[in-house]
Design a protein around this ligand. Structure first.
Ligand code: ZN
Length: 137
């Protein structure tokens, strides 16, 4: 655990059973996340930790000024993650790794790329697989 982890009292920490750790920014809320997004948090944190940065959720289900992409946040299907701590060269790699981990049912975007408010926006948006019989095993 990095030293500043405990010093930074504006954040609360969460420890998931696997040991993958992530923080939730003090003005963000993940209480109302629905299961698909919630179950992905630990894996997302593991990917980001793999790039040597702390995994920090900067936005979840808290209220914000409405934008089109916020709707997934309101539903409890989206989280935003800090990207500014990653090396520039690692950002596309992390984006690809997150997409690979989460599969087609999640949308992963590096939003506001290159700007101060840059972040990974991730939301659950299940693709239509056809009927369950066509979907196969
Ligand atoms: Zn977002």
């Amino acid at each position: 655990m990095p030293e500043n982890f405990v010093r930074d009292i504006s954040f609360k920490s969460l420890l998931e059973p696997s040991g993958a750790e992530f923080r939730v920014k003090s003005n963000a809320c993940i209480k109302k996340l629905r299961d698909p997004m919630r179950s992905a948090l630990r894996g997302i944190a593991e990917v980001l930790e793999g790039f040597g940065v702390e995994a920090v959720i900067t936005s979840g289900t808290e209220d914000f000024k409405h934008t089109a992409k916020r709707s997934a946040h309101y539903r409890g299907d989206a989280t935003d993650w800090r990207s500014k701590t990653l090396d520039v060269a690692d950002k596309p790699k992390a984006l690809a790794a997150l997409k690979k981990l989460l599969g087609p049912d999640f949308v992963v975007i590096l939003e506001n790329k290159g700007k101060p408010q840059e972040h990974f926006h991730i939301h659950w948006s299940p693709v239509y697989h056809g009927s369950t019989t066509e979907r196969g095993a």
